[in-house]
Design a protein around this ligand. Sequence first.
Ligand code: TYD
Length: 202
Amino acid sequence: MSHGILIVFEGIDGTGKSTQCKMLAELLSKKGIANISLAEPTRGEWGMKIRRLLTEGRNGVSPEEELAWFINDRKQDVELNINPALNAGKVVLMDRYYFSTAAYQGALGFDPEKIRKDNEKFAPQPDRVLIFHNSPEKSLERIESSREGKSAFEKQDYLMDVQGIFKSFDGPNIRFISSDASLEKVHEQVLREVQDLFELKL
Ligand code: TYD
């Protein structure tokens, strides 16, 4: 049975990971390499519940419930989208995956390592994880410009904690990419970090 390649784009908002994900997808398509782009939270029932929580606020939803929703959403994504595409031999590009759960829900107080291990019981491990980060100054600038209301400082601290957890991940499939350079330069680095997974020159 053929098996595809799973490449994951991770990092806090404002690091340009979604744009880089699109740029790689376009290049793969141009080279005739079958690929699919997926994002979590998904547009499925759990993903929509999560999106409402993100836009409308917590409204009594506990951190435990929030964590469970992300896991439920991912279980569906694995079953309905990720595994079928991998089994069809496609390159699967993901804008966020369980490293986001480890980092974001980890920053709420859960153990990031435990979250990662729990997810790896049901979610296929990526061939490559690209973790995007900005310099602290640039991250703060981005976070500041999106601040709303009184909880702004909490939000800023929270996202710096999230970025700290992202930076703490290690493993043979993990690569860190600074997104301070131009889109093109960052794209070139993305290619360098995934090239070995492909037979064709990207
Ligand atoms: P995001 O990628 O920003 O979605 P969109 O661009 O479609 O709005 O994801 C939404 C938020 O969800 C983002 O702030 C990170 C958060 N998130 C978690 O807290 N845990 C997770 O497991 C995932 C996948 C996302």
